[in-house]
Every structure is written in structure tokens, then in C-alpha cells.
Write a protein that binds this ligand. Structure first.
Ligand SMILES: [Zn+2]
Length: 353
């Protein structure tokens, strides 16, 4: 069973991830047999490594996870009579990487939610490291999340500690007052995700697939409601429309005028007007179309793909200038309050920024 899909929609005809997921699930099942033993080993090593990796002053305090995961016969009593994560209606997955990321999630969260949780958390990890290449043995990952029926789990906080660099990365889900969407923010109040200058889409919930997320997907997926304006990322001419409809749905290809003559592909759009035909010219920033959920698409989103004339795939996050949005000053105190709450659930205090 695959509770979730690696991307929201993609032009490749066959999904190369099915076998990988299947193998991972089998590995997860096999790992289940030695789960109890590993828990004990993890318990034994956690205390030794906690001091080495965590600069936090009270790193010796057991996290809720450690408290609940205590092996039979362990002498450490729980820190609090009631698990605060559970009381908040949430769950805490705590893991040390020792192989494939998904296997770690299956071990920490179970085979039902583990694979989907791994995919959702990957959308935050990709802004810090290459996945899976830079998620390495010895790294630790803590996730506060909520299971949802028939939907991917909702992730509230992610803390990733790289054993190699010693850096701690954190992201928090927060919906600022007056904003349509909750987004992920860094402890500084800046957005986790970079934004593109001359972006083809301004209003979206999340980037759900990047070129560097290891899925072999050729574009960037922006999750956005149907009908969100899609704009020309450069001045250009429409080359084709609605090709390979079963896969791409309503689609446009825009060829850059002059310069590098890059090709921008926009897939899964809302219905396009008949008047829009090959040869139509657009200026940068001009609305071309509206996002949709057509063709091989599992949720409303825009697939944006950049290519050279000779079919080489380009990364929009390299091709565009990028910047980070940030919370307004008036939104910061509510955010900081939420960071304190989630840090409490993650189990270590805020140390530095
Ligand atoms: Zn896509």
C-alpha cells in the first residue's frame, strides 16, 4: 500500500519509485523483528551521544519519546506523568539515521504512517541538504506530527542534526494572521523555502517537489488551489499547447525570446482559452494561464519545468534569482510562542537561534 505519492503529478510514464517503496517496506518489515533489540541499543547509545551532539544545557532530560520508548526493565522514570506530545494530540518520531531515511521513519513511526511521513518531512530536509545523498548515518531527526485519515500526516516541527557538520536545522509550521496558508518557518522567522524572483506562481502553499529531492522528477511542483494565476517567468513565445494530454493535462510551453532561449513547461493547468495558440507572445510577469489539477495529477498544483533547447533539464532554483520571505514584525510574537510550544514537544530547549 502506498499511502502517498512522491510527487503531485509528473510527466514520466512509469513511476520509478514503486519498487523502491516496496523494497523499503520489506526492509521495514524485516527490521521489525529486531526493532525491540534496536530500541534497547538506541536507548543505550542515546545517552552517550547526547552530550557529544547537543549543546543544549539540559540534554540529559529525557525527551517524551525517550521516556515512552524506554525498554522493559529500563530504570529511567518518565519525566512527566503525562506525555505532553500526546496531550497535544500529536506524535513525536525520533530517529538516528542508520540507512535509508524511509526505513528510519518506518522504525520510528510504524509501517502505516512511516513512508508517508518520510516523504512529507523530505520536503523540509531538501532546503538544508541533498536527499538522500547528504542524510547520513549518525544524523538525528525529530518530527512532531499528526496522523490524518485519508491524508498525508501533518508535520508541525522538524529538527535535523547533521553529525557531519554539527549543525542543527529546525523548521516550524505556522499560519500567520492574515495569511491564507500555513508555511514552514526557520527559527529566525524567515520562510524555510526560497522563493523565485519572476516566479511563475506567487500564491502557493508549499513546494512539494524539487529537482534535488532524489525522485528523478524534472520539474518543481507548487501546491496551489485550482485557478491560481500562472505568469511568464521570462518574455517569450508559446510553442505548443496541450500535448500528451493524458499525462500533462492542459499544458503550455513558452520559449524564451533571445538570450538562452530556455523552454518553460507548465503542466496540469486549468482549461486554456481557445484564443491562446502557438505564436502568442508574453512579457515577463504577464499571466499566461491558471493552475489546475488536470492530466496525471493527484492534487491541485503547478508543475513548472525549465529546459534547454537540447532537452537538458534546468533547476529553476539555479536559474532564477531567489530570496526568502519573512514574517512581519506584528506576526513575530505569535510565531515565537508557537516555536516555544513546539520546542517543548521536541524535547530540547532553544539554544541560540
Ligand atoms: Zn511535477
Amino acid at each position: 500500500m502506498r499511502p502517498n505519492l512522491p510527487t503531485l503529478g509528473a510527466p514520466p510514464k512509469r513511476n520509478p519509485f514503486g519498487p523502491v517503496v516496496a523494497v523499503s517496506v520489506i526492509l521495514g518489515a524485516a527490521a521489525g523483528g529486531v526493532w525491540w533489540w534496536k530500541q534497547r541499543m538506541a536507548q543505550a547509545t542515546q545517552e552517550v551521544t547526547a552530550e557529544a551532539q547537543a549543546p543544549a544545557p539540559d540534554a540529559g532530560t529525557p525527551t517524551p519519546q525517550q521516556a515512552t520508548a524506554a525498554a522493559p526493565g529500563a530504570t529511567t522514570p518518565p519525566a512527566t506523568p503525562e506525555n505532553p506530545v500526546k496531550a497535544a494530540g500529536l506524535e513525536h518520531a525520533s530517529m538516528r539515521i542508520n540507512g535509508p531515511l524511509e526505513t528510519a521513519f518506518v522504525q520510528a513511526a510504524g509501517s502505516d504512517v512511516g513512508p508517508a511521513l518520510s516523504q512529507v518531512v523530505t520536503r523540509t530536509l531538501v532546503w538544508w541538504v541533498r536527499v538522500p545523498g547528504e542524510v547520513l548515518r549518525g544524523d538525528t531527526l525529530d518530527v512532531i506530527y499528526q496522523r490524518r485519515d485519508g491524508e498525508e500526516p501533518l508535520v508541525y516541527a522538524v529538527r535535523f542534526v547533521s553529525a557531519k557538520t554539527g549543525q542543527t536545522h529546525r523548521a516550524y509550521r505556522f499560519q500567520p494572521e492574515g495569511e491564507a496558508n500555513a508555511r514552514y518557518y526557520l527559527p529566525t522567522g524567515e520562510e524555510l523555502e526560497l522563493r523565485l524572483e519572476h516566479s511563475p506562481i506567487d500564491t502557493y502553499e508549499q513546494v512539494t517537489s524539487l529537482l534535488r529531492d532524489g525522485r528523478g522528477h524534472k520539474g518543481v511542483d507548487f501546491r496551489a488551489p485550482v485557478g491560481t494565476p500562472v505568469k511568464a517567468p521570462f518574455a517569450g513565445v508559446i510553442k505548443r499547447k496541450n500535448w500528451n494530454w493524458g499525462s500533462n493535462g492542459n499544458s503550455l510551453e513558452l520559449v524564451e525570446s533571445g538570450g538562452k532561449a530556455r523552454r518553460a513547461l507548465f503542466l496540469h493547468l486549468s482549461e486554456l482559452p481557445k484564443s491562446l495558440q502557438a505564436g502568442a507572445r508574453f512579457n515577463v510577469g504577464q499571466v499566461l494561464a491558471h493552475s489546475g489539477n488536470t492530466g496525471h495529477s493527484f492534487a491541485p498544483h503547478l508543475h513548472y519545468q525549465l529546459m534547454t533547447q537540447d532537452d537538458r533539464v534546468l533547476d529553476p532554483f539555479d536559474q532564477h534569482k531567489t530570496y526568502r520571505g519573512a514574517l512581519k514584525a506584528t506576526q513575530k510574537s505569535a510565531f515565537e510562542q508557537e516555536v516555544r510550544r513546539l520546542d517543548g514537544l521536541l524535547g530540547t530547549p532553544v539554544a541560540g537561534k
